[in-house]
Design a protein around this ligand. Structure first.
Ligand code: GLC
Length: 739
């Protein structure tokens, strides 16, 4: 039996290697035929006319350039019809090299899943992978070869609008999610008809923009870069990611686009990445504005030498690379390497064999938003909703309720539910379930559900208050749906204030004053600040942006059809002044033991040090007891491991899921270590009264970190082992020692 397995593995390895060699031979056969102009053409990417997801740098006629073989890829061309038409033009070029079609399929194509930050709150890796899988199936059926996802930037600053696009603040959780999304997008094998190339972005450290201001500079130690920001990129690469995208920011003074350390030393050197790197929109040309490149030619030279293979929308390569090579400023070998990397992916995707393999109208119709995709989106969405507060078990909604008011600016909104980076279906929103529709359809017909908008999202008119108060007073319970608009987060949407916009919190106060109990649903692409609501409202649900099944998923949770299980992937601050605030911080030499312990301590004089809600926090309609923590040993040598187990019991009356979180603290190190770090978790389901044993392994890897020489090491010493329901809700703990 063993021999047969070994033979099978050897066969697989040799066939894969043989296939790769065959592709390399085919790539070289094409490369030999190409002129320098055609080679540079492969490094040039345009957006579709009139469709931009960045500053438009000039919609010069592209058809001629396509026919001349001056374009290697297009983005924002959507649908079988349009991709077929543009591919047909490109195939009129001399060598008939097919185009790659890229698209920001970030959280779904037509079936829209919750924004990635919401999905991260589920801590459900299988569901997250499934969401990416469905997105890939629909995108591939629509002629798309390549998605510019997953975005794996660690986000510790909610002022930054793009936290909505990632997996939050934690490196361990973010790395697992990055890998899951790559696997979901790329499926079993690139070249399969339902697989799209992933694109890991934004390389690197874009989420650490100073002030949370998008595109701003990033300045950090190499140790922080390696320990906190790079691991999700490496996890995505290890999961087989086909491409990377660099980032707009300068990192320690050098724009990522021209950053050899990032792209040559780390990505293509140490990590041996064999795919290709696309620049982010215009980022090559933007190096002039950065004050790094004197002109387009200098920018093109710096970028290609640093490892940026394809130029998205800056035209720097198109305009300058041929001359730079002819003048000997850029070696032809550098251009050839970039072209090989791109052609290799086109061969792997099967585009040379059949440039129209992803252009099948029938498959497109069958795939988009079919029943199984809708079910997957609803499942992901309900698992993404975080229950922040539930006093007196106001939720789930009691069956005895006969008059419910649904009030707020987002109750009847439809497209808002899609969140930022969703793909707009031209003149069709019928597939999106509004919050009103979802709840109306779920509640018994004889339950009266009344509506009032109350106010706008961001305007200051209070004209709707009176009607809202009237509706509230006539009901037994009020559900309010408030928050940002979908485009208040996302790219280029950093906010200095994170308060609920407009007069929404005033409306909440006014409705609260009627004495009718209120459940508040908050929709946003980031952590918001809503202190009065958090202090005074009995029940609060954070629904992020849930996608096209929003109404159904919200109804599932509010009615108790689904017991909320999500946990925050990002810390929620009490005030903007606390930012950046994250759970795995260092202790400092003067840690404040409590909010009253401020005298000459690392604390604020005017605000608590604690967050409003901590990383890993989220309630359930039931409760869980943790006990009986046992370790097989408390001292381990470097090559050993410690087995840990504990019992978790559902002590409430609802079946539910719990995310059991394992945190470690290295008490002393050759560099200071965080007060705790997430090292593992289990999401378990428990019936009322049921107990399960949860097991974890602590090995050297989990005790390791980068020392001041950037060595990945585990140092002998004492570690706190903490297991809990949130980073600030540790239920059981022990102390272990690495000898
Ligand atoms: C945008 C984004 C990037 C996206 C690209 C194409 O500016 O920064 O994430 O993939 O341009 O839309």
């Amino acid at each position: 039996m063993i021999n047969r397995i070994i033979i099978a593995i050897l066969l697989l390895v040799t066939t894969t290697a043989a296939a790769q060699t065959k592709i390399d031979r085919r790539v070289d056969s094409v490369l030999r035929l190409m002129t320098l102009e055609e080679k540079v053409g492969q490094l040039n990417q345009y957006t579709a006319d009139g469709l931009a997801t960045g500053p438009v740098s000039g919609d010069d006629r592209k058809d001629e350039q396509l026919r001349q073989g001056k374009v290697g890829s297009m983005l924002n061309v959507k649908g079988v019809k349009d991709t077929r038409a543009v591919q047909t033009i490109a195939l009129q070029s001399r060598l008939r090299i097919p185009l790659l079609f890229g698209q920001d399929v970030i959280h779904g194509y037509k079936t829209t899943f919750p924004i990635p930050l919401a999905e991260a709150a589920s801590w459900d890796l299988a569901a997250i992978e499934k969401a990416a899988r469905v997105a890939a199936v629909e995108a591939a059926a629509s002629g798309i070869h390549w998605t510019f996802a997953p975005m794996v930037d660690i986000g510790r600053d909610p002022r930054w609008g793009r936290v909505m696009e990632g997996a939050g603040e934690d490196t361990y959780l973010g790395s697992l999610i990055a890998a899951a999304r790559v696997k979901g997008f790329q499926g079993k094998r690139l070249g399969d008809i339902d697989a799209v190339m992933a694109c890991v972005k934004h390389f690197a450290a874009y989420g650490a923009a100073i002030g949370g201001r998008d595109y701003n500079s990033v300045d950090m130690s190499d140790r922080m870069l390696w320990e906190t920001y790079l691991p999700p990129f490496k996890a995505a690469l290890d999961a087989g990611a086909a491409t990377f995208m660099n980032s707009f920011n300068d990192l320690n003074g050098i724009p990522a686009t021209a950053n050899r350390y990032l792209q040559r030393d780390i990505l293509k050197g140490k990590w041996k990445f064999s795919g290709f790197v696309v620049s982010d929109w215009g980022s090559i040309g933007e190096m002039i504005a950065h004050g790094y490149s004197a002109d387009g030619a200098a920018a093109a030279k710096s970028a290609i030498l640093a490892g940026s293979d394809m130029d998205m929308e800056s035209r720097a390569y198109r305009d300058h690379l041929v001359t730079l090579v002819k003048k000997g400023e850029v070696p032809l070998s550098i251009v050839d390497d970039a072209v090989r990397r791109i052609l290799r992916k086109k061969f792997e995707m099967g585009l040379f064999d059949d440039p129209f393999k992803f252009c099948n109208e029938e498959r497109e119709q069958q795939a988009l938003n079919n029943a199984s995709h809708k079910a997957a989106a609803r499942d992901m969405a309900k698992k993404s909703i975080v229950l922040l507060k539930n006093e007196n078990s106001l939720l789930p909604l009691s069956d005895t309720l006969k008059r419910i008011a649904f009030i707020g600016p987002l109750v009847k909104e439809v497209k808002q539910n899609l969140g930022f980076w969703s793909i707009e279906m031209p003149d069709d929103s019928s597939y999106i379930v509004s919050q009103w529709q979802g709840l109306r359809e779920r509640l018994p017909a004889n339950t009266q559900l009344t509506y009032a908008k109350g106010c706008g999202i961001a305007d200051t008119s209070r004209g709707g208050f009176e009607e809202a108060l009237r509706v509230a007073k006539a009901s037994q319970l009020v559900i309010m749906s408030v928050g940002e608009s979908r485009d208040m987060s996302g790219e280029a949407h950093s906010r200095a204030s994170l308060q609920l916009p407009g007069v929404q919190e005033e409306l909440i106060k006014a409705i609260h004053a009627t004495g009718v109990p209120v459940v508040v649903v908050i929709n946003a692409g980031r952590p918001l600040i809503f202190n009065w609501t958090a202090d005074n409202m009995p029940a609060i649900v954070y629904s992020w942006w849930l996608g096209s099944e929003a109404g159904n998923a919200l109804a599932d949770v509010l009615t108790g059809d689904y017991n909320p299980s999500a946990k925050l992937p990002m810390t929620f601050p009490r005030a903007e002044g606390q930012i950046p605030i994250y759970y795995n911080h260092f202790n400092t030499g003067r840690p404040a033991a409590s909010d009253s312990d401020r005298n000459y301590k690392s604390a604020y004089t005017d605000l608590s040090l604690s967050p409003r809600y901590a990383f890993g926090y989220g309630l359930s309609y039931t409760t869980f007891r943790y006990d009986n923590l046992q370790l097989d040993k408390k001292k381990m040598k470097a090559g050993e491991q410690i087995s840990l187990q504990l019992k978790v019991t559902n002590t409430g009356k609802y079946a539910g899921e719990e995310v059991v979180q394992l945190y470690l603290r290295d008490r002393f190190g050759s560099v200071v270590r965080p007060v705790k770090e997430l090292k593992d978790f289990r999401k378990i389901s428990l019936q009322p009264g049921e107990t399960k044993t949860v097991q974890f392994i602590i090995n050297k890897e989990k005790l390791s970190f980068y020392n001041d020489k950037l060595q990945w090491i585990a140092e002998p010493g004492v570690f706190d082992v903490m297991v809990g329901s949130a980073s600030d809700d540790i239920r059981v703990k022990e102390v272990i020692e690495l000898m």
